[in-house]
Design a protein around this ligand. Structure first.
Ligand SMILES: Nc1nc2c([nH]c(=O)n2[C@H]2C[C@H](O)[C@@H](COP(=O)(O)OP(=O)(O)OP(=O)(O)O)O2)c(=O)[nH]1
Length: 147
């Protein structure tokens, strides 16, 4: 259903760039549930979305974080790296970030999402996730080099 590569695969269409972010507070990170009128309704994922033309990955990530959670990312926004996603109908590059929060944040959702949860890595497995979310977590936080 989804194949994830560390290096660019053959004939990859690199026109679509997506940014996403692990927002950590204490031992948890935030998951957002896609609203019923969105693509893949009811699926849970970390904040993110498609990069717009003229945006840098950092600008796109700050914009998406603000739109989706109302968080204003500061200097502590860090890029972890990129992975290449191949789904049956679409290729895209996922640029993955992390943001470590020291204070409990106030979250305001947009209409794109219906709810949010702070989850530990173990709890994440209980959610109906956007495919690839666990592999991405493992890759960046548990040093699993094969996806
Ligand atoms: N938000 C988010 N998207 C992810 C994750 N993993 C992953 O493969 N994706 C994919 C699913 C979506 O096809 C794509 C993001 O698309 P989106 O629909 O949320 O983007 P957007 O907010 O810019 O929305 P749009 O109006 O342009 O459709 O990235 C993830 O963890 N979070």
């Amino acid at each position: 259903m989804v194949k994830i590569y560390q290096t660019i695969p053959c004939n990859f269409d690199s026109s679509i760039q997506v940014v996403s972010c692990f927002v950590h507070f204490s031992k948890s990170f935030i998951l957002l549930e896609r609203a019923s009128n969105e693509a893949d309704p009811g699926a849970w994922g970390i904040p993110g979305g498609k990069m717009e033309e003229q945006e840098s990955p950092f600008q796109a990530m700050k914009r998406e974080l603000f739109e989706e959670t109302s968080l204003e990312a500061n200097m502590s926004l860090r890029m972890l790296g990129s992975l290449f996603f191949r789904r049956p109908a679409i290729d895209y590059t996922l640029q993955v970030f992390e943001l470590q929060l020291k204070e409990p944040p106030k979250i305001y959702l947009s209409e794109e999402h219906s709810s949010y949860e702070w989850v530990t890595p173990l709890q994440m497995k209980e959610f109906k996730l956007i495919p690839g979310t666990i592999q991405v977590y493992r890759y960046f936080y548990q040093n699993v080099r094969s996806l």
